[in-house]
Design a protein around this ligand. Sequence first.
Ligand code: TXA
Ligand code: MG
Length: 331
Amino acid sequence: MAKNTRHMTQRLAADREGLATAAAILRAGGLVAFPTETVYGLGADAVNPQAVAGIYKAKGRPSFNPLIAHVADMDQARRECAFSPVAERLAEAFWPGPLTLVLPLAEHASVCDLARAGLPSLGLRMPDHEVAREIIAASGRPIAAPSANRSGHVSPATSAHVLADLDGRIDAVLEGGPCAVGLESTIVAVLDAHPRLLRPGGVPRAEIELLIGDPLLEGGGGARPLAPGLLASHYAPCASLRLNAEKLEPGEAGLDFGGRFSGTPQISGFRQMILDLSPSGDLTEAAANLFSHLRALDACGADRIAAASIPAVGLGEAINDRLRRAAAPRP
Ligand code: TXA
Ligand code: MG
């Protein structure tokens, strides 16, 4: 399974047979991309360092990035991490769902060092997607899974996006339709009395602050970034990206929101591609369309994508975060 060269990526249906095949591949140390409510994940047995190494290899990912371990239920979560009372409340309110909790490792945790990049903490998430929880449960171990894209590319919201990046590099992909949320999980570290927001995502900050009754602190706090995977240009498409555009310039493709570019005059003989994240200005719909639209605009061949401004409320915080990363200068 976990061979050096992979020739065939199996397409598996999310039925009983497909799930059993996926679980067997995972147990044998192979790589399976699977749907979650946020984005498709590239899964491997989180206990098996060789399997985890396969993830870094397939993605071409810098190996200092710790991975999120996905669990099917609370019993499995508690075997890996120590839950403080605040962590318990967050898990109870938002799991299964698009929230990752970075927690202290439990004494007899099974997730290997490589999956944690050597950190004494672990990012844990229980996905709100039946197919995801079923293969985790069927494999009988926590599943390490970053987004199923080549490192630096846009995250995959469909199995076709996964195959565009990873066909031939992974053992299988489970077909599960488009992802409902479309943005990665919100990451909150609960390592002391003050929960910290490490990455905005599918659960809006305000919902978390309402539950804990305090504002979330920002970022890692210490000298070492707490979420080292958050490279500035993590989500880069090939075309460059211009943010907060009020109108389109000639030659640009448009990533619109709420029909802001709809008055753009057509230059004769030149078709400008415009995709609207949500014509009605709905941030949930915009989040679900973000990565698909970025991929489609990138594929249309324009040198630059102009993005309309997105309100910075609710899911808008996470959408703006991903757009800023996509626009950042490449390393
Ligand atoms: O929605 C999601 O979270 C998706 C799906 C597949 O679950 N996964 C995902 O994984 O976005 P990835 O690997 O692309 O992002 C994981 C982030 C990285 O920025 C990493 O640095 C951070 O989680 N992370 C993981 N474990 C950590 C830890 N112990 N301490 C700090 N940050 C951690
Ligand atoms: Mg990613």
